[in-house]
Design a protein around this ligand. Structure first.
Ligand code: ACO
Length: 328
């Protein structure tokens, strides 16, 4: 890309979790009332998850996204009116249309910014961030709000213990600005639609009715194997593109699906676990929100510092995956 084009830089982050914390024990007790057996030990041993945040029924993705966006704008010291692009990644939009990005735009009082949703499930945030980077580098936008937000609890079958224990709700956001110095150093997005069936919510609304299955279904072992393989390959690809090595990366922030996936991945990449930001224990899997939630948490607790190299990675339904290497 021409050197005369601006780079893009993350200048603020924010996140929001619904207030209701549900521990594994509380979830197991609730499921027991429906004669479904699970336990804190099973969930923690297989996934590392100890608790999740769940939105109250009726709370929509746009509400979580708006709060995360407000916090990111405040962190960046940017007024909502300066934003000229809003990209929101979600698989649980408020409506079929308008997009949740437009609803957030209205909540923020912004008029005129381009606003649209990106659907790449748990890879959604890295897809959205890469898209915003392309807009800025092409000179089509100067200040972007990139959000990952989900009320994933709304598409879970609470009678399917193989999936409902894995997920939570939340939102994270970043403000991305045109800059003379590079922030986003390299990005790679990929997909393999032939694997659509291993992770899907295959229902829809048509002809006035829900048709098909409105709940998330997953082949957990197939997802596990794919996730580790593609995240490993993608991490190596993106650092090579940037001309750095994995040892130069200060923080690895992969999608937070499962502690065992994170541990396997870190081992495969030769990255010490101390350099991996882990939130799956407290947030569970929040799909498109997981990476910006983890980034914001690690910035706020002082781990991720200005000037450091951070590797963000998404993987999920589609099958989709991608990596973005960022200089903070
Ligand atoms: N509590 C108790 N028992 C359970 C539960 C539960 N919540 N869920 C499943 N089981 C039982 C099953 O019924 C089965 O019992 P059976 O042997 O009597 O038939 C047994 O546990 C083993 O079930 P599996 O599905 O084979 O369990 P597995 O060891 O594969 O673990 C898991 C499941 C944790 C989902 C695993 O496959 C995994 O880590 N997959 C990775 C995928 C993932 O994390 N997906 C998240 C979303 S995808 C994404 O974000 C990219």
């Amino acid at each position: 890309m021409s050197k005369s084009l601006p780079y893009s830089r993350i200048v603020g982050t924010g996140s929001f979790l619904p207030p209701r914390v549900v521990t594994n024990d509380a979830l197991a007790a609730d499921m027991a009332t429906r004669q479904i057996e699970t336990s804190d030990q099973w969930i923690a041993d297989r996934t590392g998850i100890r608790q999740r945040y769940l939105a109250e029924p009726g709370v929509k993705t746009s509400a979580l996204a708006t709060e995360a966006a407000r916090r990111a704008l405040a962190d960046a010291g940017v007024d909502a009116s300066e934003v000229d692009l809003i990209i929101l990644a979600t698989s649980t939009p408020d409506f079929i249309f308008p997009s949740t990005a437009c609803l957030v735009q209205a909540n923020l009082g912004n008029k005129g910014a381009a606003a649209f949703d990106v659907m790449a499930v748990c890879s959604g945030f890295v897809y959205a961030l890469t898209t915003a980077d392309c807009f800025i580098r092409a000179g089509r936008a100067r200040c972007a709000l990139v959000i990952g937000a989900e009320v994933f609890s709304s598409i879970l079958d609470w009678n399917d213990r193989g999936t409902c224990v894995l997920f939570g709700d939340g939102a994270g956001a970043v403000v991305l600005r045109a800059s003379d110095t590079p922030g986003i150093l390299a990005a790679q997005l990929q997909a393999d639609g032939s694997l659509a069936g291993i992770l899907s919510t295959a229902g829809t609304v048509a002809y006035g009715q829900v048709t098909g299955d409105p709940f998330l279904r997953m082949d957990g072992q197939a997802v596990f194997k794919q996730a580790v393989t593609v995240l490993d390959r993608s991490a190596r690809g993106v650092v090579a593109e940037a001309g750095v090595s994995l040892a130069d990366v200060d923080w690895l922030i992969p999608h937070q699906a499962n502690l065992r996936i994170l541990t396997f991945l870190a081992r495969k990449l030769g990255v010490p676990l101390e350099k991996v930001v882990i939130t799956v224990d407290i947030h569970a899997n929040t799909s498109a929100a997981s990476v910006p939630l983890a980034l914001d948490l690690a910035r706020r607790d002082g781990r991720v510092k200005s000037g450091q190299l951070v590797l963000l990675q998404g993987v999920g339904g589609g099958f989709t995956w991608g990596s973005v290497l960022v200089k903070m």
